[in-house]
Design a protein around this ligand. Structure first.
Ligand code: NAD
Ligand SMILES: C[C@@H](CO)CCC[C@@H](C)[C@H]1CC[C@H]2[C@@H]3[C@H](O)C=C4C[C@@H](O)CC[C@]4(C)[C@H]3CC[C@]12C
Length: 369
């Protein structure tokens, strides 16, 4: 599309725009949405990197705000054409209370929807999660399923519960009349496990491996597939969905889309080794030494310790009964719904995604040692 200053007329708001995914969405919008006039980046914690974006042709407005505060959200949404709502409290480690998770993920999303309705913003893209579907607490595999695959979604953990409720609110809001009389158009994107530059858990595993003398220990059978998707492709999907919502409102409104790309189907640990291996770590086959029942016991012990120690300090290790169940249950997607509905094809090949992620881990190496 030809880029001309006259074509710049749209105002976008990205909530959570300073998070792992949010930063990629913000940068992608600046690179790939030529009609952008103003980009509002709303986050509880603003990143210093935003400053460098303020010299380009698009007005980048940094808004320090809290999605749980309805008036702050309404002020940020007023006058925006499109909202990409990616802010969320991602916590499966027991760091935040269930009430706080609900407040940010559910009430925060309600506030975004009501702000759109009150101020007349018509297009809302919500970052949901695969966890809205599963894995469920019964450990049923979801093997290369799509948006229509039947699956018993049964949640017990506050994070997936909150994402499921928020997604439902967003989908139900599709068609609501906004200020000015036109209908709200909404859709929800469901990433599987996102990886790429800035991924905190990848950083944690890398540092853990360095501490353990360059080794990580396999805990999950290699046969368990865990869906992963590159952050640049997830960001691109958000940009495309936001762009196409107006033209394809009837088709896309109220729909959900899994986020996918060409990343290979592997276990969580084997997938991480695609990046951590070239950075000098190796995966030690320890499953005979650490049988699954022992992991279950350790995870339960961690949960007990977290509860006992809570009055003194926060003990929140990566391994707990929930994370073990997620990592140990096959959940992968295979779909082309986003391509059919709004022309999505991954912007980054698997090779590109892998190379970019490896470079990022390598760059962090110096600081980790
Ligand atoms: N990381 C993944 O693998 C993954 C997978 C599926 C879905 N998601 C979803 O993607 C979204 C982004 O996740 P992420 O991995 O980038 O997490 P993140 O924690 O890096 O980013 C979330 C951002 O939201 C902001 N935020 C949190 N509470 C807020 C509040 N009260 N008000 C305003 N801003 C607030 C944070 O400051 C942060 O910048 C979330 O909605 C998450 O549920 C993430
Ligand atoms: C048993 C351990 C031995 O090495 C491995 C534990 C790994 C877990 C910490 C992660 C395994 C799967 C991850 C989750 C998944 O990728 C999808 C998610 C959806 C998203 O909405 C939020 C993040 C997450 C829940 C992600 C969190 C970390 C894992 C549980």
């Amino acid at each position: 599309m030809a880029e001309s200053p006259e074509a710049r007329e749209l105002v976008y708001l990205v909530t959570g725009g300073c998070g792992f995914l949010g930063e990629h969405v913000v940068r992608m919008l600046l690179q790939r949405e030529p009609r952008l006039l103003e980009l509002r980046v709303f986050d509880l914690h603003l990143g210093p990197w935003l400053e460098e974006l303020k010299t380009g042709p698009v007005q980048v407005t940094a808004i320090q705000g809290d999605v749980t505060q309805a008036h702050e959200v309404a002020a940020a949404v007023a006058g925006a054409h499109v909202v990409i709502h990616t802010a969320g409290l991602v916590d499966v480690f027991g760091r935040a209370s269930p009430e706080t998770i609900y407040e940010v993920n559910v009430q925060g999303t309600k506030n975004v929807i009501e702000a759109c309705v009150q101020t007349g913003t018509r297009f809302l893209v919500y970052t949901s999660s695969m966890e809205v579907v599963g894995p469920n607490i019964k450990g049923h595999p979801f093997y290369r399923g799509d948006e229509d695959t039947p699956y018993e979604a049964a949640h017990s953990h506050p994070y997936p519960c909150s994402k499921a409720q928020a997604e439902q609110l967003v989908l139900e809001a599709n068609g609501r009349e906004v200020h000015g009389g036109l209908p709200l158009v909404t859709c929800a994107l469901r990433p599987t496990g996102i990886y790429g530059e800035g991924h905190q858990i990848m950083r944690d595993f890398y540092r853990q491996g360095l501490r353990l003398g360059g080794r990580l220990f396999r805990a999950i059978p290699a046969s368990v597939e865990h869906g992963r998707v590159y952050v640049g492709n997830v960001a691109w999907m958000h940009v495309l969905a936001a762009r196409e919502l107006e033209q394809r409102a009837a088709l896309m409104g109220g729909q959900v889309y899994f986020c996918y790309d060409d990343s290979p189907y592997k276990s969580y640990e084997d997938f991480n080794m695609e990046f951590l291996g070239p950075c000098g770590l190796r995966l030690v086959e320890s499953r005979l030494l650490v049988p699954y029942w022992l992991l279950v016991l350790l995870a339960a012990l961690n949960a007990l310790l977290q509860w006992l120690l809570r009055p003194l300090f926060l003990y929140a290790p990566l391994l707990n009964p929930y994370t073990l169940a997620v990592a140990n249950t096959t959940f992968t997607v295979s779909t082309d719904k986003a391509q059919r509905h709004f022309g999505y094809v991954p912007l980054f090949s698997w090779e590109d995604s892998r190379t970019r992620t490896i470079r990022w881990v390598q760059a962090m190496e110096g600081s980790a040692q």
